[in-house]
Design a protein around this ligand. Structure first.
Ligand SMILES: *[C@@H]1O[C@H](CO)[C@@H](O)[C@H](O)[C@H]1NC(C)=O
Ligand SMILES: *[C@@H]1O[C@H](CO)[C@@H](O)[C@H](O)[C@H]1NC(C)=O
Ligand SMILES: *[C@@H]1O[C@H](CO)[C@@H](O)[C@H](O)[C@H]1NC(C)=O
Ligand SMILES: *[C@@H]1O[C@H](CO)[C@@H](O)[C@H](O)[C@H]1NC(C)=O
Ligand SMILES: *[C@@H]1O[C@H](CO)[C@@H](O)[C@H](O)[C@H]1NC(C)=O
Ligand SMILES: *[C@@H]1O[C@H](CO)[C@@H](O)[C@H](O)[C@H]1NC(C)=O
Ligand SMILES: *[C@@H]1O[C@H](CO)[C@@H](O)[C@H](O)[C@H]1NC(C)=O
Length: 392
């Protein structure tokens, strides 16, 4: 139990992850009951209200009420850091309070085996440290594997829930590389030099590993999922139904700009609010041939079902948005290109979080908007602000 808690902390903390995962582990089965999302959130419908999709918006959002109470379940290696930065920028400029752990920079966790106690959070803006009854937040956008009941209690009652998913094969490859999982196949590379094939070629050797490093997006939805659960089709289907009822929007990495058009309408934001630059980019992504891709897909069956379902829902939502979708998308991309032209200077490959390679950008024009979009360190400003207020 305790070791599993450590493992999860490791998954949340990129810098520790490599070290922790290099030790072989058992498939832990434990007795924590899976949360009943439908009763926790009092969900009666199959999906949240979607009438917002069909309400056209003027560009300045004057026709609707902007929304700033959000939970974004931050999945791993899906472009979620870029979205996190968009939400940081909005929350910072609108004085919203973020759910943030006092100590951990990378994330927080609220699992039954390693709970985050209320005392572990920074207070919301305007609330005294220790006035726990008034600890209620507007935005949660960092890594966690939520205990849904606790999370709901900490958030504003009108909170909108969302997440982002990526094709599981590409997500797996990105994660395998980023977290240095390929190191576990090092001894086998004499027989099979390709690190992806080496992992796939000796399935018995990596049985436990497959379970830990696969279906990460499903695991990010909730604590308590066992490997057995994620190999059980009826369990997976039930969970997908629950998530469909909970999430107002599931963004799709492959259609990031399209996702932001939906996000903008859902939240009644302005085009400026959804501007971004890519926060993370693998300079030399691992490649896999089609037979390897098939095998990876098989190992990530639960994630594949999740992704396929929400990819379908996504395009239904685009249809429901109506004929303005293409026009809005084109307008946004022009606006995005103009911003990038103005703001984004040279890029270089840099090491972040200890040992992970990423592309970093310099700010070209030093306007406030450019700095807020390009500056890599901006992601931490929200935390610093709440920390500063908590200590005065
Ligand atoms: C759950 O929803 C039902 C129907 O909308 C409502 O009557 C009930 O009060 C709600 N319960 C809670 C705890 O919000
Ligand atoms: C946010 O807070 C600052 C400082 O208290 C204030 O100047 C500003 O007007 C506030 N912004 C919004 C959008 O409420
Ligand atoms: C942020 O959350 C607090 C606490 O729930 C709430 O009082 C405030 O109205 C929220 N802000 C917005 C803009 O919804
Ligand atoms: C998944 O279940 C099938 C049978 O339903 C079984 O043959 C297979 O070994 C299981 N895989 C894992 C990783 O548990
Ligand atoms: C996602 O949806 C698009 C559009 O319908 C489709 O072309 C694509 O094949 C889908 N991807 C998967 C993996 O289902
Ligand atoms: C809303 O839906 C109707 C019927 O599907 C469609 O004719 C209309 O154009 C849509 N409105 C907007 C603003 O997209
Ligand atoms: C409003 O947005 C549309 C795209 O949906 C664009 O064609 C139009 O130029 C924008 N108008 C202004 C004033 O920005």
């Amino acid at each position: 139990m305790k070791r599993f808690g450590y493992l999860l902390t490791g998954l949340l903390s990129a810098s520790f992850l490599t070290v922790l995962l290099l030790q072989p582990r058992m498939d832990h089965h434990y007795s924590v009951a899976m949360s009943d999302i439908r009763s926790i959130f009092n969900l009666t419908n199959l999906q949240p209200d979607r009438s917002w999709l069909n309400v056209s918006q003027t560009n300045d959002s004057s026709s609707c009420e902007p929304k700033g109470n959000l939970v974004f379940i931050k999945t791993h290696k899906t472009g979620s850091t870029t979205l996190r930065n968009i939400l940081n920028r909005y929350g910072l400029s609108n004085n919203l309070s973020f759910l943030l752990n006092k100590e951990q920079v990378v994330g927080h966790i609220m699992s039954p085996s390693k709970p985050t106690y209320i005392t572990d959070f920074l207070p919301p803006i305007g609330v005294e440290v220790g006035d726990y009854q008034n600890y209620q937040f507007n935005i949660s956008n960092i890594h966690m594997r939520p205990n849904w009941k606790e999370l709901r209690q900490l958030m504003n009652p009108s909170t909108i829930y969302m997440t982002i998913l990526r094709h599981p094969v590409d997500q797996w490859l990105s994660s395998y590389q980023y977290f240095h999982h390929y190191k576990i196949v090092e001894p086998l590379r004499f027989w099979e030099p390709d690190p992806v094939k080496a992992f796939l070629k000796f399935p018995a050797k990596f049985k436990e590993w497959s379970a830990i490093v696969c279906n990460q997006q499903f695991r990010d939805m909730e604590f308590s999922m066992t490997n057995g659960d994620l190999n059980d089709t009826s369990f997976i289907r039930k969970k997908i139904k629950d998530y469909s009822a909970l999430f107002s929007l599931v963004l799709i990495t492959e259609y990031f700009d399209e996702s932001l058009i939906l996000l903008k309408r859902l939240l009644c934001w302005k085009f400026d609010d959804i501007l971004y630059i890519k926060m993370r980019e693998q300079p030399n992504p691992l490649q896999a041939d089609s037979s390897s891709r098939e095998q990876i897909q098989e190992l990530n069956k639960a994630d594949m079902m999740l992704y396929t379902h929400f990819n379908e829902t996504f395009w239904q939502m685009v249809d429901e948005y109506g004929p303005d979708f293409e026009k809005d998308l084109r307008y946004f991309r022009d606006h995005l290109n103009a911003m990038q032209e103005e703001c984004v200077g040279e890029s270089k490959v840099a090491i972040v979080a200890g040992n992970h390679e990423n592309i970093k950008y310099k700010v070209k024009a030093k306007s406030e908007i450019c700095k807020s979009i390009v500056n890599y360190g901006y992601a931490m400003e929200a935390m610093k602000r709440q920390q500063k207020r908590a200590t005065v």
